[in-house]
Design a protein. Structure first.
Ligand SMILES: [Zn+2]
Length: 351
């Protein structure tokens, strides 16, 4: 990517416990990047700098504000020699950040805010937002699909950003991830079913934060390139082991379904319901564990979602506490999903 396409400006707000506590990130360098919008249409970078530099009555802040004219870090992020500090951009009592990344966002992530609305040129602001997130992914070797949650994803009961601002410009979070991925590696084209695989190819190989890891994370496992069967070729997949399909439903899909139901998110609940059905179908069983006439190939997007949402974070969590077995299990589960969806050829040997 072009690392000098835009200038990152730095003008830090003064240290105060409710905005900039001056504490280093628990993880040292940022572990992931939360995509926010300011929820304040028409207000640009400068107004947010002034607001957070004088905010008294509540705890809130974010690291970086981006509008159509500038990218401004108001709290150190680590993109320069100033070490990354904490800011208060995701409420502590939500758990998605802990489940996905093993940390509270405030302790481990950068908060990146898109300014929008009013006289702010969406396309210009969005371009800078995409570039900055790609810059961060490049600097810390993070894969956009795995490491750029939106605030809404982390706090769905209370928040609608940055999806809300993206929508005002005709974009979705999925578009954002695809655009960041494309910014990272301009030669990579991203299609809906291949986004995950392309993202892996686009992620920078250098500067891995854990050079001694014994196995690759699930998201970085070998994905065949240039070997996609033509549309006329017969399906090439290995049915999921029934026990694995059921375990994935129990461990991940059913809790997500229940959480979506509890939050009245009917569309998401329906999505997770279908995901469970598809997982069982890929193992050739129905809800009552009766055998189907044949196993059905898992959608690639289903496999990628399971890996993105749950298995890769599980791998990282296991690695962080030295749980080799746990890491290997997540890795193997991810590869089984790849086999069941045709992301890996059926000739691939599982060890
Ligand atoms: Zn937010």
């Amino acid at each position: 990517m072009n690392l000098t396409a835009y200038t990152i400006e730095r003008r830090y707000i003064s240290k105060r416990s409710n905005t900039r506590p001056g504490l280093r990130l628990t993880t040292g360098v940022p572990a992931f990047f939360v995509a926010h919008d300011t929820g304040n249409p028409g207000a640009g970078v400068e107004s947010h700098y002034r607001y957070f530099n004088t905010l008294q009555d509540r705890s809130a802040s974010a690291h970086t504000f981006i509008d159509d004219k500038q990218i401004l870090e108001i709290i150190p992020t680590g993109t320069s020699s100033d070490p990354a500090e904490k800011s208060w951009h995701v409420i502590y009592n939500v758990t998605t950040d802990n489940e996905r990344f093993g940390y509270n966002a405030n302790d481990a992530a950068l908060g990146v805010e898109l300014c929008y609305g009013g006289s702010i040129d969406f396309a210009e602001a969005y371009r800078r937002f995409v570039w900055y997130l790609a810059f961060c992914c490049h600097k810390w070797s993070r894969e956009p699909r795995l490491f750029i949650p939106s605030h809404k994803q982390l706090d769905p009961a209370r928040k609608i950003d940055c999806d809300h601002a993206l929508k005002s410009g005709g974009r979705t979070l999925k578009d954002l991830i695809a655009d960041v991925t494309a910014e990272l590696g301009n030669s990579v084209s991203v299609s809906p079913t291949q986004a995950g695989a392309s993202a892996q190819q686009a992620s920078p190989p250098a500067a891995s934060p854990s050079p001694t890891r014994p196995s690759a994370p699930p998201d970085a496992a070998a994905t065949p390139t240039g070997s996609q069967p033509s549309s006329a070729a017969k399906p090439d997949f290995v049915p999921l082991p029934a026990e694995l399909a059921l375990a994935l439903v129990e461990d991940y899909v059913r809790p997500a379904w229940a959480a979506a139901r509890a939050a009245n998110q009917e569309v998401e609940a329906e999505h997770f319901h279908r995901l469970a059905v598809n997982l069982r179908s890929a193992a050739g069983i129905d809800e009552a564990r009766r055998s189907l006439p044949a196993a059905v190939q898992l959608h690639k997007s289903n496999a990628q979602e399971l890996i993105f949402r749950w298995l890769s974070p599980a791998w990282y969590r296991a690695k962080a506490i030295g749980d080799i077995q746990g890491a290997d299990l997540a890795h193997e589960r991810a590869n089984r999903l790849r086999l069941a969806s045709g992301l890996l050829p059926s000739s691939t040997r599982m060890t």
